[in-house]
Write a protein that binds this ligand. Sequence first.
Ligand code: SAM
Ligand code: SF4
Length: 339
Amino acid sequence: MTPRGGLVDRFGRAHHDLRISLTDRCSLRCTYCMPAEGVPWLARSTMLSTEEIVRVARVGVDLGIREIRLTGGEPLLRVDVVDVVRRLTALTTPEGEPVEVSLTTNALRMPALAAPLRDAGLTRVNISLDTLDRAKFLQLTRRDKLVETLAGIAAADAAGLHPVKINAVAMRGVNDDEIVALTRFAVDRGYQMRFIEQMPLDGGHTWDRKVMVTQAEMLEQLTSAFTLTEVPGRGAAPAELWYVDGGPHTVGVIASVTAPFCGACDRLRLTADGQLRACLFSQAEVDTREVLRSDEPADVVDEGIAAAYRRCLAGKKAGHDIDDPTFLQPNRPMSAIGG
Ligand code: SAM
Ligand code: SF4
């Protein structure tokens, strides 16, 4: 039995949300995420087995985790992703409640996997779609896969993985003229559209504050086409939401750079190679792999994992300081952290 005690950081913030990266590999090469040649991949031997992932998650759930989001890289590239979902959705909180398991994906494997994932207990999905234009999709992701991505979105919808949320990173001169069109696409189908400010996390280190499309710029376009009404009660959600033309559909902006939500953040991250991170932008990581692979008795291993969670939280900073001149981009790219 894992020692309890809660996942509270030094600012008194309780943490309930664990993002687990299932792999750092990906089937696309989005320019804001990775260079064309990819990034140095994690060694296979360092990647957690499904057994190890479930164990770290179980200790987290005993300590207070209530939501798990699977991500990557591209999580659907993990061959046993359905089994991972089935085993994570079987976890229960100390109060006997189920844990909500969702997924962020590029959707390319969704046509084959949507129904099995739903049957394994997956509740909902966030799908990346940055453009509706085939040539731009090729330019942005370096792969000619718009048709397959749209089929993946439709498959997730048909399987009932609701609400389907669509994520787009707005890029100046690339897709920033599609903010209204993407929102219409989502609203017409009952999906929830989310625009994300580009963050300094790409493997190619190409981020430039000056060319980043800001929340203010996105809202200018949105309000020229729609009547937006603020949705109250944001809680710990990263996106600020507005009803589109009176609702019920919403559009959101994740303004991680110009309006960071660090004060309300209740997330922890586990990388595919077993490192716990308190923030996307952390320089520090706390290892779980060594204790997981030790010969210690089960209760000692569980205590070691619980200690890793606590050490990770103890190092959590008040905010990410992207706008501070001393800000340093983390060594790990987004694809190896788990977005
Ligand atoms: N491959 C999956 C996908 O694209 O949805 C999951 C992993 S991806 C790293 C998770 C999210 O991070 C995606 O919505 C993607 O658009 C976003 N993302 C990646 N690089 C980013 C960056 N530099 N700034 C902002 N968001 C980024
Ligand atoms: Fe792959 Fe997602 Fe990164 Fe695009 S954003 S390259 S789909 S991990």
